[in-house]
Design a protein around this ligand. Structure first.
Ligand code: PRP
Ligand code: URA
Length: 209
C-alpha cells in the first residue's frame, strides 16, 4: 500500500488558503500555485541521496555533499499540472519534463488521453507526476498507467488537493506510488468536484471557463 504525505508547513497552508479563495484572481492564483509547488518540491526531495565529493574552498580542501542517484523527471498532467512545473524547476532546474495530455469528460468523468511526450530515459529517472487536483483519481491513475506502460519504474504523485476517493483509487491501482498533497479534502460533489477544493484548477490558472 502506498503512503500519503500531507505537507502541513505553515507557508504551504497559508498560500493554499488564498488559492482556494474564490476572490483570488488569475494572476495571483498562478503565482501562488507556483510558489506552493516550489515549497512542496523542497519537501518531496528531502530523501534524495547524497554523495561526497572533494572540492577546494578559498580556504582549504573540503569533503562536501552533492546529489547522487537517479535523475529526476517531472510529468505534468495537462493542462493544470503545467501551473506547478516552473515552481518545481526553480529548485531542480536540471529535471527533464514530459507531458501527458488528459482531460476529464464532464459527463462520464473518465479521463481522455490526447497527448504524450516523454524523455527517452524514463526507466532510469525518478518521476514526479504533477496535477493540482486528485478528484476521482481517474486522470492520475491513467497517467501513471501510461508511464508504466512506457517503462517508468519509480513514480511519485504530487497534487495540491486530494479527495479521499482519488487517494483510494490511486492506492488500489498503483500501490507502489506514494502520494504527496498539500491537503486532503472532505469528498467529491455530484459533479466530481472536490469539496471544498478550489474549483476548476485549469480554468482558474488560465482564465478560461
Ligand atoms: C482536472 C485536474 C485533473 C483532473 C482531476 O483536469 O487538473 O487532471 O481534473 O480529476 P479526476 O481525478 O477526477 O480525474 P481537467 O480534466 O479539468 O483538465 P484541464 O487540466 O485541462 O483543465
Ligand atoms: N478538477 C478540478 O479542476 N477541480 C476539481 O475539484 C475536480 C477536478
Amino acid at each position: 500500500m502506498s503512503r500519503v504525505y500531507v505537507f502541513d508547513h505553515p507557508l504551504i497552508q497559508h498560500k493554499l488558503t488564498h488559492i482556494r479563495d474564490k476572490n483570488t484572481g488569475t494572476k495571483e492564483f498562478r503565482e501562488l500555485v507556483e510558489e506552493v509547488a516550489m515549497l512542496m518540491a523542497y519537501e518531496i526531495t528531502r530523501d534524495l541521496p547524497l554523495e561526497e565529493v572533494e572540492i577546494e574552498t578559498p580556504v582549504a580542501p573540503a569533503k562536501a555533499k552533492v546529489l547522487a542517484g537517479k535523475k529526476l523527471g517531472l510529468i505534468p498532467i495537462l493542462r493544470a499540472g503545467l501551473g506547478m512545473v516552473d515552481g518545481i524547476l526553480r529548485l531542480i532546474p536540471a529535471a527533464k519534463v514530459g507531458h501527458i495530455g488528459l482531460y476529464r469528460d464532464p459527463e462520464t468523468l473518465q479521463p481522455v488521453e490526447y497527448y504524450i511526450k516523454l524523455p527517452t530515459d524514463i526507466d532510469e529517472r525518478e518521476l514526479i507526476v504533477i496535477d493540482p487536483m486528485l478528484a476521482t483519481g481517474g486522470s492520475a491513475a491513467a497517467a501513471l498507467a501510461a508511464l508504466k506502460k512506457r517503462g517508468a519504474r519509480s513514480l511519485k504523485l504530487m497534487c495540491l488537493i486530494a479527495a479521499p476517493e482519488g487517494i483510494a483509487r490511486v492506492q488500489e491501482e498503483h500501490p507502489d506510488v506514494d502520494i504527496y498533497a498539500a491537503a486532503v479534502d472532505e469528498r467529491l460533489n455530484e459533479k466530481g468536484y472536490i469539496v471544498p477544493g478550489l474549483g476548476d484548477a485549469g480554468d482558474r490558472l488560465f482564465g478560461t471557463k
